[in-house]
Ligand binder design. Sequence first.
Ligand SMILES: Cc1cc2nc3c(=O)[nH]c(=O)nc-3n(C[C@H](O)[C@H](O)[C@H](O)COP(=O)(O)OP(=O)(O)OC[C@H]3O[C@@H](n4cnc5c(N)ncnc54)[C@H](O)[C@@H]3O)c2cc1C
Length: 469
Amino acid sequence: MDLAAGLASILGPKGWVPGADARPWSRDWLDRHGEAPLGVARPGTTDEVSRVMAACHAAGVGVVPQGGNTGLCSAAVAGRPGAVILSLSRMAGIAAPDLASGSVTVEAGVILANLHAALEGTEMVFPLHLGAEGSAQIGGLIGTNAGGSHAFRHGMMSDLVLGLEVVLPDGRVWNGMRAVQKDNAGYALRKLFCGAEGTLGVVTRAVLRLAPRPRAKATALLALPDMGAAVAFGSRLRADLGDVLTGMEFFSDLGLDLALRHVPGLAWPLGSRAGAYLLVEVASTSPLVPLDEMLSGTLEWGMAEGLVTDGALAANEAQRAAFWRLREEQPEGQRLEGVQLKHDISVPPGRIAEFVERGAGLCQRLLPGVRINPFGHLGDGNIHYNLSPPAGQADFAGLGPEIGLELARLADRMGGSFAAEHGLGRAKIALADALRRPVERGLMASLKRALDPAGGMNPGVILREDRQE
Ligand SMILES: Cc1cc2nc3c(=O)[nH]c(=O)nc-3n(C[C@H](O)[C@H](O)[C@H](O)COP(=O)(O)OP(=O)(O)OC[C@H]3O[C@@H](n4cnc5c(N)ncnc54)[C@H](O)[C@@H]3O)c2cc1C
């Protein structure tokens, strides 16, 4: 029996989509990559995942795990024709949360927004939030080690994973579904699979750490002269409000302009425009903490110092959601403007303004007039340093790779990373080859060889298929 027929018999008609019908799973979010797969395996249980992996291993065919396919580095689609896409979306069970321990057990195909909804009405939340939460799945969030807007407070996905179940490339199952934070019984295997982008195994279940549900929140939208003021004010926010600070997001006037122009239903609530904007949120489990007063006090200080020029506090939930939408629609506004270059940089948070300025210098030198739209997470130094071509120009005149490499080098020199929260996937391998130190690359290649000696797990992601370290 050939592999497709074998997989169809393991999975039944609901669980196997032949290659001819696989188009909805085949291309990545940005529609840049994705070869025609042999088909899409849609298992319903860990046992089925294990049998699929064993069959593909025996046939020497590559497997690409796929969650919501919202990843931005082209890692959840086939790099070569004929690979099998393994979609976890039918494995979407959420167990009753263990509120006494602060954890919940989920299957890998659970959509993040559905987990948030399942916890409504309890005293706990899952504190990971990002713009794609209506589609991104737990397995994909683990695969990319997603960060998002609350990472500086609650950590990235790897900080929120207590236990994991993983199907290994040859079909063996590792059950590490422990529900404890303290587990030093050897190497931290659970961490290894966080951010592995599906290159070491398939995550099938996870025990996730929850956080207490805030009972009170205050949210402010602020205008500031420039990113230097935003960094200085951010440092004061940490000093004054560190215990309750849960959001510190920034965006630029160009980003605001694009979002207002292209995304329906957005409105600008402040009376003036400025060089930079901050969305600040504080939250507490105690309704007795005077959050509005605390936030207003720091805002007044910022205004007196000339760091903040305008601002508004959300008066109700609808306004809070409208403030967040202005930030979260930044990628969409730029996407709708047309061709773009996306960069997912991180630097030490105190150096964000310096990066934005030095980055602008090098981009303008390479392509005068290029439009720079930095936005991101002030609390952890993560800058989405995205570019649109100069006004009136259709594209980047072939300079995209050079600009990307120069920005990545700058981040590296400044003690940061050229791949902050989206991973490497296929899209950033050239950057990794240029910037990763040989020892670091060698260690990664050794790990890959140890866990996936046949190289069938998401080939061509993180490490080149042909590279001998
Ligand atoms: C509008 C928008 C906003 C975004 N905002 C953020 C943000 O703020 N922060 C952030 O970090 N990211 C962000 N992202 C990127 C993306 O949402 C995340 O990378 C997310 O974690 C991907 O989840 P997914 O289920 O879509 O994974 P996919 O795209 O399907 O897969 C991503 C990677 O994980 C692997 N994978 C998938 N499932 C499994 C599994 N079960 N086992 C092992 N590996 C698996 C895949 O092979 C691939 O390598 C954003 C994306 C969009 C489109």
